[in-house]
Design a protein around this ligand. Structure first.
Ligand SMILES: C[S@@+](CC[C@H](N)C(=O)[O-])C[C@H]1O[C@@H](n2cnc3c(N)ncnc32)[C@H](O)[C@@H]1O
Length: 265
């Protein structure tokens, strides 16, 4: 069971990093403002048409993916517990001229603050490891979806989450415990001299993700393990297009991320 320090430390960590991310190469706001989508082609293919659909983006951060879905015609709502991230997302949406709503709330609070259901819940790209309890998360997702609604998740692969700064295993994959870190900088700006550095995270193995969704009666329609990841997780990785990193040739094709589509019954 996570204590109060889980949310307190993590929220302070995220609030301090919002401005850093807005100026970072990884988030690349210059090209985003010129129309670059932050979504990968496989996301559009796997989720399918979003035009006219009600889409909720849980843990939306500064809203790039939320805005990208809205540009494709989704009625998009982004939710994040970082007030700084939500303020940035609102500014970016206003500048863009796209219609998207952003709400400050935790995932746990989402059912109470949102008084409606959605056709699609979208989340991931570094979201699940910040949640201590995936059964509660699956309950929230199921609650927020209309019958027949879809969850679409893109995440770093939990095997990668078990590794340290290089592709060597450091953490348990089976029955993982909370891990506490205390390091400056982060995945987008590694050299930043940050002050709020303590984080609490948990690896969520694929079996846990699928079993928690099945426990809510949701059916998995697709689980695709991918040899690419959306940030430079290890120094060994090579860039392969905007926002895409892979192991160099000569390495086995290990899973670095995954996408999952599940449907509410
Ligand atoms: C890496 S970001 C999500 C990925 C996003 N696609 C991006 O732009 O990078 C993780 C987000 O989760 C949010 N977050 C972490 N724990 C949360 C919680 N319990 N409830 C709501 N938001 C949370 C953080 O504030 C942060 O904005």
């Amino acid at each position: 069971m996570a204590d109060d320090s889980w949310d307190r430390d993590n929220l302070a960590w995220w609030e301090e990093r919002v401005e850093l991310h807005l100026g970072s190469d990884l988030y690349d706001l210059t090209s985003f403002r010129s129309g670059r989508s932050s979504l990968f082609p496989y996301e559009l293919e796997e989720l399918g048409e979003v035009g006219g659909k009600d889409l909720l983006h849980l843990q939306c951060h500064v809203g790039l993916d939320t805005i990208s879905w809205a540009r494709l015609g989704a009625r998009a709502t982004g939710l994040d517990y970082s007030a700084g991230a939500v303020a940035a997302a609102r500014r970016l949406a206003d500048e863009d001229g796209v219609s998207a709503e952003f709400i400050v709330a935790s995932v746990a609070e989402a059912p109470a603050v949102l008084d409606r259901q959605f056709d699609i819940v979208y989340t991931g790209k570094g979201a699940l490891s910040w949640l201590p309890d995936l059964r509660s998360w699956a309950g929230v997702v199921n609650h927020l979806l209309r019958p027949g609604g879809l969850l679409y998740l893109v995440e770093s692969h939990p095997l990668v989450d078990c590794m340290g700064k290089t592709p060597d295993f450091e953490l348990d994959y089976v029955d993982p415990e909370e891990s506490v870190w205390d390091e400056p900088g982060d995945y987008a700006v590694p050299d930043a001299a940050t002050k709020s550095n303590r984080t609490h995270e948990r690896v969520h193995p694929l079996g846990e993700v699928v079993t928690c969704l099945a426990g809510e009666g949701m059916g998995v329609r697709l689980l695709h393990e991918r040899s690419e990841i959306f940030f430079a997780r290890f120094p060994q990785l090579v860039a392969d297009g905007p926002g895409v990193w892979r192991l160099p040739s000569g390495w086995p094709r290990l899973p670095l991320s995954y996408s999952l589509l599940a449907q509410k019954g």
